[in-house]
Write a protein that binds this ligand. Structure first.
Ligand code: UDP
Length: 371
């Protein structure tokens, strides 16, 4: 049984979980690639905050596949033990129930850690408008506690997951890292403040750190419950129930949909590099309309009013990360959507959002961000 350093049996070992239900499939993690990585990469002691969440759990899969040891810190508010159930018997994976904003306990977990991946954060726009203090505590205080724990233990690399929401409504596309910062709501602000802290710890304390600004990440295990959120979860639940897709505006707006294994590859590439004090965009190299997404999923649409503060396009300029780190995305949008459809069952219990329930859920969005 996995135990935390506090000798608290971790949830992973307690639950009645079916192994493999959320496993990475061969389609996007070919076993030949895994074998090759194990031979090539020296084993590291790694720590992933938010490792039971959507992106974090895919990162854990990759680190394990590469032969590394992984300590996961997660408070299980949105992270799910089921996302890591397939590692339950792996002695190289240690799962600890820990809130990152509780700084007093943090530093003990970072002893002899080589690489820290700071993935944990509260996501979503509407709750961030309603609970700015909670978002500050997780995304800003939590980042400072993680940075301090890393610094006090001399970790070798710190990789921060930042958000492209810092660009707000950009002037130009594809958008480069030097574009003006225009945070439109507390989620975007707190993720950007976290990034400033990371760069500050790098500058003042010489903590080797990089920040990766992710654009519209999607993939299996993306959240299936809770508040109104990312479009894939909303549409897949609608598809299962045979209900129309709730398209915002006329659906011609585009997003840089980036598949989860590609962003994980960027995280691991950044950790293995010598880059420090740098910020990199991580995107798919393209941008896709909501109408194209609906066409690929197949089904009817209903239309919702446009939402204030939303960009008509997100599109990362990824030339910096391509040139500096040699990273590039590998999964096409067509392949990524196919994988999502293969995992459609994961959204069977997800809430069904309708035109009316979305209008209710986004009231504060319109109220505070509208003119
Ligand atoms: N979207 C939509 N219907 C929904 C939810 C989202 O048409 O029910 C659109 C939304 O307008 C945006 C895109 O899907 O253009 C991505 O939205 P999401 O909230 O996933 O990401 P973000 O807007 O933060 O980039």
């Amino acid at each position: 049984m996995l135990k935390s350093p506090l000798n608290r049996p971790c949830l992973l070992a307690q639950g009645n979980l079916t192994l493999g239900t959320n496993c990475t499939t061969d389609l996007y993690m070919p076993s030949t690639k895994i074998a090759k990585r194990i031979i090539m990469a020296p084993s590291r002691k790694t720590l992933v905050t938010g490792g039971a969440g959507f992106i974090g759990s895919h990162l854990v899969d990759r680190l394990v596949a590469d032969g590394h040891e992984v300590t996961v810190l997660d408070n299980f508010i949105t992270g799910r033990p089921a996302n890591l159930a397939h590692h339950a018997k792996n002695p190289k994976v240690r799962l600890i129930e820990q809130d990152i904003s509780d700084h007093k306990l943090m530093k003990d977990y970072f002893k002899v850690i080589d690489w820290v991946f700071h993935v944990a954060a509260r996501a979503d726009i509407v709750p961030s408008i309603q609970e700015p203090l909670g978002y500050h505590s997780s995304n800003v205080d939590g980042t400072v506690a993680t940075l301090e724990a890393a610094r006090l233990n001399d970790v070798k690399r710190f990789v921060y997951v930042a958000s492209s929401s810092c660009y707000g409504l950009p002037d130009s596309f594809p958008t480069t890292e030097s574009a003006p910062i225009r945070t439109m709501y507390p989620y975007a602000l707190t993720k950007y403040l976290g990034e400033l802290q990371v760069m500050h710890w790098c500058q003042v304390y010489k903590l080797p750190a990089v920040s990766l600004r992710f654009f519209n990440v999607y993939g299996p295990r993306s959240r299936t419950s809770g508040t109104y959120g990312a479009v894939f979860g909303v549409f897949l639940a609608q598809k299962i129930k045979g209900q129309p897709y709730t398209v915002v505006g006329d659906g011609t707006q585009t997003r840089d949909f980036t598949f989860v294994t590609d962003v994980v590859d960027a995280l691991v590439t950044a950790a293995g590099s010598n880059a420090s004090g740098e910020i990199f965009n991580v995107g798919s190299g393209n941008t896709y309309s909501i109408n194209e997404l609906v066409d690929r999923l197949g089904g009817e649409k209903v239309y919702l009013p446009k939402r204030p503060g939303e960009p008509d396009c997100t599109f990362a300029d990824i030339s910096k990360i391509q040139k500096t780190l040699g990273w590039k995305p590998k999964v096409s949008f067509a392949e990524g959507v196919k994988v999502m459809l293969e995992h459609l069952n994961d959204w069977r219990e997800a809430p069904l959002w309708t035109k009316d329930s979305i209008a209710e859920a986004t009231k504060d969005w319109h109220r505070y961000l509208g003119k």
